[in-house]
Ligand binder design. Structure first.
Ligand SMILES: NC(=O)C1=CN([C@@H]2O[C@H](COP(=O)(O)OP(=O)(O)OC[C@H]3O[C@@H](n4cnc5c(N)ncnc54)[C@H](OP(=O)(O)O)[C@@H]3O)[C@@H](O)[C@H]2O)C=CC1
Ligand SMILES: CC(=O)[C@@H](O)[C@H](O)COP(=O)(O)O
Ligand SMILES: [Mn+2]
Length: 381
């Protein structure tokens, strides 16, 4: 039995993780959860899974829930609640599915407590990948990717020699606007942007996918997870999202991982690793039915956020922190109807241009740069 702490239980990945746990009661027990403000769903999760520890974002909700469940459950809230969920003493595994760099501190603390990390929260690696990976190495803690592309690469690397890897090839669906010309992006609406062609996901990552920042964040995530230079990480447009990513080896072989777009598969793999277990679905991949798969080269002028991410990743130091913080604020502003779609990349470009890079930043520096960048971008929206 694996005992699980789940950050972001009420989100898209969180809910699909609950499905995986529900379908495997002999393998997994949910002990601790965190949520944001969706208290109705928290109550349902408590009724079904009976976690021992529950954290919410706001104190008002914490006060309410405490009176509703006076004895059975311990509650927390805010950033300390996230931390307590992550390090819940009886849990073996932290599945981090919270959104944004708020996931960084709980991840670091869980690593110190030797919890295995199943990581969906890519912003954590983008903003402070060097701290996360070195701490994990020091504590002999595995970081198992949940993000579909990184799970695919992880699977393609099993049993292979790291030194034989020539190139990581991350596939990209192209997002909601993959067939739009740059000119046509000027007047796109929030509703159009939220209409991802292949995946049903939370709103922030769906917008990231439309700007192609999601792929940029994933390139930086892959750099840290798999210790490869940016020159050896490519992005390939693949509109069907059937090949989730690939690894090219020195002998010119390319190994790919395929499947229908369903996040429960990488979530389950991260939780059962190194084993696989049965997954009940009526939607197994049928390649004969699909007939054709398509691939196109990335257009870096059309998708400027991807270029920004490569530049920030290669420059390193605090620049990826700026990239991530600026993106989080800009996407939030777009989701709130305050700015246009193309303003997202303008704001990020501005934030990157004004920043003086600090090399090898410690946690305090990262937090200062994160909050300073948020202040700057917020002042422009
Ligand atoms: N969705 C997907 O298919 C994929 C997602 N990812 C990554 O996984 C992560 C989660 O994405 P996704 O599930 O789509 O996101 P969602 O927006 O659907 O869910 C986010 C979760 O975090 C909670 N939350 C948000 N802000 C806070 C906060 N300040 N404090 C505490 N909890 C908070 C939300 O709570 P509430 O709703 O209760 O307010 C919710 O439970 C992201 O890093 C994303 O990039 C990676 C691959 C695929
Ligand atoms: C499901 C998942 O992992 C997402 O990150 C997905 O990859 C988004 O799709 P694109 O960014 O390729 O549009
Ligand atoms: Mn992904």
């Amino acid at each position: 039995m694996k005992y699980i702490s789940l950050l972001g239980a009420t989100g898209s990945i969180g809910i699909q993780t609950l499905d995986v746990i529900r379908n495997n009661p002999d393998k997994f027990k949910l002990l601790a959860i965190s949520a944001g403000e969706n208290i109705e769903l928290v109550r349902k999760i408590i009724a079904e899974f009976k976690p021992e520890f529950v954290s919410v974002q706001y104190k008002d909700d914490f006060d309410k829930l405490k009176t509703e469940y006076p004895k059975e459950i311990t509650f927390g809230y805010g950033s300390s609640g996230l931390m307590e969920t992550a390090v819940y003493h009886k849990s073996d595994v932290l599945l981090n599915a919270v959104i944004g760099s708020v996931g960084l501190n709980p991840t670091l603390q869980a690593i110190r407590e030797k919890k295995t990390i199943a990581l969906a929260n890519k912003e954590t690696l983008v903003t402070a990948g060097h701290l996360v990976m070195s701490l994990a190495k020091e504590n002999h803690v595995p970081i198992i990717p949940v993000d579909s592309e990184h799970s695919a690469i992880y699977q393609c690397l099993q049993g292979e020699k790291w030194t034989s890897v020539k190139r990581l090839i991350i596939t990209a669906s192209g997002g909601s606007f993959r067939d739009y010309k740059r000119e046509e992006l000027k007047n796109v609406t929030l509703e159009q942007a939220l209409n991802h062609p292949n995946w049903s996901m939370g709103s922030k990552i769906t917008i990231d996918s439309a700007t192609m920042m999601n792929k940029g964040l994933e390139v930086i995530e892959a750099h840290w997870l798999f210790d490869k230079p940016y020159e050896n990480i490519d992005v390939l447009l693949h509109r069907e999202s059937i090949i989730h990513s690939m690894v090219e080896y020195d002998d010119s072989s390319i190994i790919a991982q395929l499947g229908t777009p369903d996040m429960r598969v990488p979530i389950q793999y991260a939780l059962t690793y190194p084993e696989r277990c049965h997954y009940q679905t009526d939607n197994r991949l049928d390649l004969a039915k699909i007939g054709q798969l398509h691939f196109e080269e990335m257009d870096f002028e059309r998708f400027r956020c991807l270029e920004f991410a490569y530049e920030a990743g290669k420059a390193g130091g605090t620049l990826p922190t700026v990239l991530n913080a600026a993106n989080e604020v800009a996407v939030h502003a777009f989701l709130s109807g305050k700015i246009s779609f193309l303003s997202i990349e303008d704001l990020i470009e501005n934030a990157l241009a004004r920043h003086t890079i600090i090399n090898n930043p410690d946690l305090d520096t990262i937090q200062e740069v994160d909050s300073e960048t948020r202040g700057f971008v917020n002042s422009l929206v």
